[in-house]
Design a protein around this ligand. Sequence first.
Ligand SMILES: Cc1cc2nc3c(=O)[nH]c(=O)nc-3n(C[C@H](O)[C@H](O)[C@H](O)COP(=O)(O)O)c2cc1C
Length: 418
Amino acid sequence: MSSTSIVYTPFTLPCGKTVRNRLVKAAMEENMSGRWLLPDHALFSLYRYWAHGGLGMIITGNVMIDRHAMTGPGGVALEADSPIEPFIQWAKIIRSGGALAIMQINHPGRQVLKAMRDTALAPSAISLNMGRHSSLFAKPIAMQGSDIHTICARFVTTAVRAKEAGFDGVEIHAAHGYLLTQFLSPLWNQREDEWGGNLLNRARLLLNIVCQIRACCGSNFIIMVKLNSADFQHGGFDIDDAQVVVSMLEGVGVDVVELTGGSYESPAMQGRTHNERTLPKEAYFLEFAKRIAASTSLPVMTTGGIRRLAVAERVIEQGCALAGMGSAVASTPDLAKKWQIKADYQGVAPVCHWRDKTLASFVKMAKVRRELRRLGNDLTPLKHPSSFHSLLLDLLHRRKMTKRYHTYMAAWAQEKEK
Ligand SMILES: Cc1cc2nc3c(=O)[nH]c(=O)nc-3n(C[C@H](O)[C@H](O)[C@H](O)COP(=O)(O)O)c2cc1C
């Protein structure tokens, strides 16, 4: 038995809530919402597996603060007028095995597929550079000051509603190239007003969102921030910037900073970058996390490339409070329990060796999403699904979800006109 391992010790967060162990299911967008972009039976079945999988904390896939700006088809949105019952049921299931329930909240900024929407709001009108895949993305439009205030208010509304539904807290997604990352990055934020220029200005939206959520949700609500340790692009947000932003977050009541890295353009979160930097094969961001953890009183979590207990232990021993896992718990949802019985049990990572690196990244995501859909249908995970078949199924599923999204948007638009 390895239950004496450091990863099975509890940890009390600054807000006073205690997480029973250090193993966290990281956010993974499921693309499995039910009618009207709400959680329903498929998501409930999926989260029941994690709820009873021995984890300390479970973070949902990113939930959108605005149904007009979705990171992908089949996403969940929680807005001021969303019915709360499905979210109450979701939170109840997530918490049913003793884990804390955290809702990740997000706005994609310019990282929007053209199939979902022609245009996307962004700090500056700078298009994604994805080589021959660039044309798949919406045209970015620079936000007005009023758009920025509206988005801040939407983050707060979604957090308040998550609390109302029974979630223990929220995680603000400020990583992986989405809107708040775009504001933080000098490459993608070229504004000349109070939201651009120096790092304090670029971090202002994130800081305002945190402060307002804390003011509205009270002192014992968990607020986490998922932050890039670096964008891994020349001239982008780097580890020195991340260290300064973490020190800013220290002063505004954040409970945990989850460190990751990259964006669609440079998918470091999958262990691969577009600049010269090579990441380790396991615990990709541990060196960055160690440096940040040593410089802050905020609890640090790192996610990326953790599939073995020994690696999760190293993460905690080297100064992180929590260890996040995505793909490993998609194929083995009870990995945290398995390690207590068999300490050398090896989690599975999706692989794809196709030459087109962008397509290979997409295949790896497709494989993970396939596992999630299988769990949502109460089917056993495949562990080693075929690349081609997974990609094909994913494309078909996404096409169906995109079509459904447009049907809902048209119905909402009609309703508004009445
Ligand atoms: C299918 C899939 C969906 C993801 N969706 C999200 C998301 O909604 N929010 C987020 O912060 N990260 C998301 N991620 C990134 C994971 O949280 C994590 O950072 C990344 O997969 C690296 O961790 P891993 O090696 O344990 O999988 C996603 C990853 C995958 C594979």
